[in-house]
Design a protein around this ligand. Structure first.
Ligand SMILES: Cc1cc2nc3c(=O)[nH]c(=O)nc-3n(C[C@H](O)[C@H](O)[C@H](O)COP(=O)(O)OP(=O)(O)OC[C@H]3O[C@@H](n4cnc5c(N)ncnc54)[C@H](O)[C@@H]3O)c2cc1C
Length: 396
């Protein structure tokens, strides 16, 4: 089994398959899994527990929300207990890869998959190492866990619906205790068209003395899209963080089809995680969905590879994977994707800010910090009132 991509999806699958006794190769183009740690990596506590993630990958804990905007408005919701964590994404990848290795998977870093070629009973993949060496590797199955790049599966067909795409840029800052105080212990989001049209900004606490500040904008090819770097500088200014030392700059795309109708398999090539649109654009998050996709695919693959199983029965197991994954993600996942597109792309004018203002005022009067978590992480829109949400977001 060759798994391409050592992100949350690929590394978790490699672990599960190696644990079941399969021979697994896990490769990533990164030479070091701490490089390009592009993800802000905010997670609800339930996900930490569900995927048994250790304290070593946790950078900080949060127990509340702080929403700035539209304009200078500030709203806070605090719980008296931990609601979630911000992970160190590099540490998460290292830990997941280490777990896979412990169970016998072979990890190959600095190794890029260039193309694949199907054969009768196997599939060949051309790999290139940093040294320039190239080699075709044959495997029974090939997993494309290369994230939104979809390096082997390629772009989804037009029939699967358009890819909705968000571009994110994030800086890791070293800050003074005075600068840090306002942001510690909570997730802060910057909302409204004067902070960032067609998107949102955030300030997340990391280890003591460290903050992550970022922006994500949904891409609209029909409008001019100014570069995000200068917008991020303005945000740093407005947040009192302008003088902070920048330790790392990273970012990337988060892309998903809303209905997730794309093929998940082509012959012996199977897609996993962001490569099959598991990332959700409402809160720009996908780590737990990527891990979940591995948990759904692993038993299907193991069943398909069980000794004595007829090839057709094996393929039937794999054909069930997209349906099982859709079920595991739940119907709320699709609804939140649609809301994300309309909400963020529509957030570009004072009128849109006023609608957002009304929504946030309603939330502030009635809701607790736990309700916000349920809304943004569990997509429990009904807690706000199904009929009110689309109205307030300007869908009606
Ligand atoms: C700016 C930003 C902020 C985000 N914030 C959050 C957040 O707060 N919370 C959250 O849950 N999610 C967040 N996400 C989304 C989350 O990071 C992804 O959904 C998640 O990482 C997807 O996991 P994955 O394993 O499917 O893919 P990835 O994590 O993208 O892993 C894919 C791996 O494949 C490797 N690769 C790609 N092509 C090749 C190739 N040809 N050969 C070899 N290796 C290859 C890459 O180097 C990479 O390591 C954010 C994303 C962005 C861009």
């Amino acid at each position: 089994m060759l798994v391409v991509g050592c992100g949350p999806a690929g590394a978790e699958l490699a672990r599960l398959l190696a644990q079941a006794g399969l021979s697994v190769w896990l490769i990533d183009q990164l030479a070091d899994l701490d490089q390009a740690a592009f993800s802000s990596a905010a997670l609800p506590l339930a996900a930490l527990e569900r995927f048994s993630l250790p304290a070593s990958v946790v950078a900080s804990r949060w127990q509340g929300w702080q929403l700035l905007g539209p304009g200078e408005a500030l709203r806070r919701w605090q719980a008296d207990h931990t609601l979630g964590v911000v992970l160190d994404f590099g540490a998460l990848r290292r830990w997941l890869a280490g777990e896979a290795q412990t169970w016998g998977a072979r990890l190959e870093l600095g190794c890029r998959a260039l193309e694949q070629r199907p054969g009768p009973g196997s599939i060949s993949t051309l790999l290139r190492w940093r040294s320039g060496q190239q080699r075709w590797i044959e495997s029974r199955w090939l997993i494309d866990a290369s994230g939104q790049a979809r390096s082997l599966l390629g772009e989804p067909p037009a029939t699967a619906g358009a890819l909705v795409s968000g571009l994110g840029v994030e800086w890791l800052l070293a800050v003074s205790p005075a600068q840090e105080q306002r942001w510690r212990g909570q997730l802060s989001f910057l909302l409204g068209s004067d902070w960032l049209p067609q998107g949102y900004g955030w300030v997340f606490p990391m280890q003591p003395g460290r903050l992550k500040v970022g922006v994500c904008r949904l891409q609209d090819p029909s409008r001019s899209q100014p570069p995000l770097g200068p917008l991020l500088r303005t945000i740093l200014d407005r947040c009192g963080l302008a003088g902070a030392q920048v330790l790392d700059r990273h970012g990337g795309l988060i892309r998903s089809t809303i209905d997730r109708q794309e093929p998940h398999r082509r012959g012996r090539l199977i897609g996993l995680g962001d490569a099959v649109s598991t990332a959700n654009l409402l809160g720009g998050e996908g780590i737990r969905h990527a891990l979940l996709s591995a948990r759904v695919l692993a038993p299907q693959l193991l069943a398909a590879l069980a000794p004595g199983i007829q090839p057709k029965a094996g393929l039937n197991k794999l054909d069930a994977y997209p349906r099982l994954l859709r079920r595991a993600l739940g119907w709320r996942w699709g609804l939140s994707g649609r809301l994300a597109k309309r909400t963020w792309l529509g957030l570009d004018s004072p009128a849109a800010d006023r609608r957002l203002e009304r929504l946030l005022s309603g939330l502030q009067q009635e809701k607790q910090a736990e309700d916000l978590s349920a809304l943004l992480f569990d997509y429990r829109f009904e807690r706000y009132g199904f009929r009110a949400i689309p109205y307030l977001l300007g869908l009606r």
